[in-house]
Write a protein that binds this ligand. Structure first.
Ligand code: SF4
Length: 290
């Protein structure tokens, strides 16, 4: 899969849903039957749910970042300005990203560093909109299939690696995948899915990868908890009918080109950005990090 626009065109031509055409195209390319593809994605969803539950039960033993997920979870019981959906999504994202940093088993979606964003969006949607739905897992699996296709297109046209494209390619891609999933879950049209992807990615272009001390903790964990908000708002904008001037495929190309233009110091080497601030240097020395 290389083009979101082509997928949408195919879906329209064949009168299929987006998740159906994605599985059909994938099946033709890999020889794996569509029912097996569906079952594999259902299994990923279950892994994601398991890791989310484990993450919420585990105190955070990360070296640099205190347990931010617990703070947001407690805060969300009050009247946070962002509202319940976003705060819940953020709490899940922070917890899962922290769990990854402490060697917990997560689903890299699309990468380990950005693993909190998609479960944050999907399972907050589950709590706020999916309760009591008889076919909830089917719906979430279909959304995961849509998100996965967006990730594959980004990988094929640009990159998903912070070392190649900066954090725009990791947390930015995850937020774009999540925004596509949310539009799908809310019953949006294919074009709205595409617009959500474009609107999200456009808003994170140029975001560098600069982990303090070479650990996937700071700024990674908090970026998980914050960047998903871009994807949520982009999904709402797309559902409202806002159209991206630049189509999603072209935004992805621009992201890849920006990634290639980034100096190596801002691509996961910890030789630039936040990683070389005085505080980062002091902490790296104190903790004997790179
Ligand atoms: S800052 Fe770098 S290591 Fe951290 S999540 Fe972003 S891309 Fe991954």
């Amino acid at each position: 899969m290389r083009s979101l626009q082509d997928l949408i065109k195919l879906a329209e031509e064949h009168g299929m849903g987006l998740h159906e055409i994605i599985m059909t195209v994938d099946s033709e390319a890999t020889g794996v039957p569509t029912n097996e593809i569906y079952n594999l994605m259902l299994s990923r969803l279950k892994d994601m749910r398991r890791s989310t539950e484990e993450a919420s039960r585990n105190p955070n033993p990360c070296k640099l970042v205190p347990n931010t997920g617990v703070l947001i979870r407690e805060y969300s019981k009050g009247a946070g300005m962002c509202g319940g959906f976003l705060l819940k999504a953020s709490a899940i994202a922070l917890e899962v990203a922290s769990y990854n940093a402490s060697m917990g088993r997560i689903v890299a979606a699309p990468t380990a560093g950005s693993c909190g964003i998609l479960p944050g969006m999907l399972f907050s949607w589950e709590e706020f909109y999916g309760k009591g739905m008889s076919d909830l897992d089917r719906k979430l699996t279909e959304a995961l299939i849509v998100a996965g296709a967006v990730g594959e297109i980004i990988a094929n046209r640009a990159t998903l690696a912070g070392a190649e494209g900066g954090c725009q390619a990791e947390c930015g891609a995850a937020a774009a995948m999540g925004s596509a999933a949310l539009v799908y879950l809310q019953g949006g049209k294919c074009e709205a899915v595409s617009n959500a992807v474009a609107l999200t990615l456009k808003s994170v272009l140029g975001l560098v990868c600069d982990p303090v001390g070479g650990l996937v903790e700071s700024p990674c964990i908090k970026r998980n908890g914050i960047l998903l908000a871009v994807g949520v708002l982009a999904a709402d904008m797309a559902l409202a009918g806002v159209v991206s001037l630049i189509p999603a495929d072209e935004v992805i190309d621009a992201m890849g080109q920006i990634g290639k233009s980034m100096p190596a110091s801002l691509r996961e080497t910890s030789r630039g950005g936040l990683a070389v601030t005085p505080t980062a240097k002091r902490l790296s020395k104190e903790l004997n990090l790179q």
